[in-house]
Design a protein around this ligand. Structure first.
Ligand code: URA
Length: 266
């Protein structure tokens, strides 16, 4: 798909989301929040659902959690405009309650279609609701900071899924902020792995091979070397080496291009 085709697919999904009545969340929303960012990106960030600020503005992650997300991106030299940011549910659950299973199910086709249009190499999941879609059955305390091939049912069968805590969690639990920034250091290295995996053409078979291995070791690559850190007893996190942290600074996002983008018509 060319970038223009991706954009037009995203615009069409956004228009449908704006007038969607598939679940009860439409009754209390001010604006639906389809998501935003680059149509050519290699990396999609998926949160839980809009909060009060997002509901008012129609844009994802624009409140305090959004400020932290922007800082996290900046810590590896990336910007919001270079990635795509969206949510599992596109309308605000009233009172910021958790989204319910039927609401997530009703909204799931929108995220699947966004992922199909974007075809990201890497999906970064923010929080447990997003993680559950790409890595079902995992526990965030065990897998944050690691990646594994995304569950094909997620709608991103050729992507790696990197798990992070939700930025809003760090607003309530200060020590998670350090964890978030440390985990973020490993995201560019995960992107390198995702690119390599795609270039080697082995994305689909690897999932089966890797998934057969137990625990956090099921993930691969430098970002997935699990080692214990201070914190809750069951918490296991990769520790980015200083080398990978330094390398992280220099991994630039490159827009995905289709060869036909370069064609000139005579
Ligand atoms: N939290 C989310 O999960 N998504 C947003 O867009 C904002 C806050």
């Amino acid at each position: 798909m060319t970038e223009a085709e991706r954009q037009s697919a995203l615009d069409a999904i956004g228009a449908e989301v704006a007038s969607c009545t598939r679940c009860r969340l439409h009754e209390t929303r001010t604006k639906a929040v389809p998501g935003e960012g680059s149509a050519a990106t290699e990396v999609v960030f998926v949160g839980e659902g809009p909060g009060v600020n997002e509901d008012r503005s129609g844009r994802p992650f624009v409140g305090q959690a959004g400020t932290l997300l922007t800082e996290l991106l900046g810590s590896v030299g990336w910007t919001r405009e270079e990635v795509f940011i969206t949510n599992v549910v596109k309308c605000r659950p009233p009172g910021n309650r958790d989204p319910e299973a039927d609401e997530i199910a009703a909204c799931a086709p929108f995220l699947s279609r966004q992922l199909a249009a974007l075809d990201p190499a890497l999906v970064v999941t923010l929080g447990r609701f997003s993680m559950a879609r790409f890595n079902p059955g995992a526990r965030i305390g065990q897998v944050h900071g690691t990646f594994q091939p995304a569950d094909p049912a997620s709608g991103a069968p050729d992507s790696l899924a990197f798990a992070m805590y939700h930025p809003a969690a760090a607003l309530h639990q200060g020590q998670l902020k350090t964890t978030l920034f440390r985990d973020m250091e490993s995201v560019p290295a995960a992107l390198l792995q995702a690119r390599e995996r795609r270039n080697s053409g082995s994305s689909a078979p690897q999932r089966a091979d890797i998934a057969a291995q137990p625990g956090p070791a099921a993930a691969t690559g430098p970002a997935a070397q699990a080692s214990p850190v201070e914190g809750p007893a069951d918490e296991v996190s990769p520790v980015a080496t200083s080398e990978s942290a330094a390398a992280a600074q220099s991994i630039e996002l490159t827009p995905q291009t289709d060869p036909t983008d370069q064609l000139t018509l005579f």
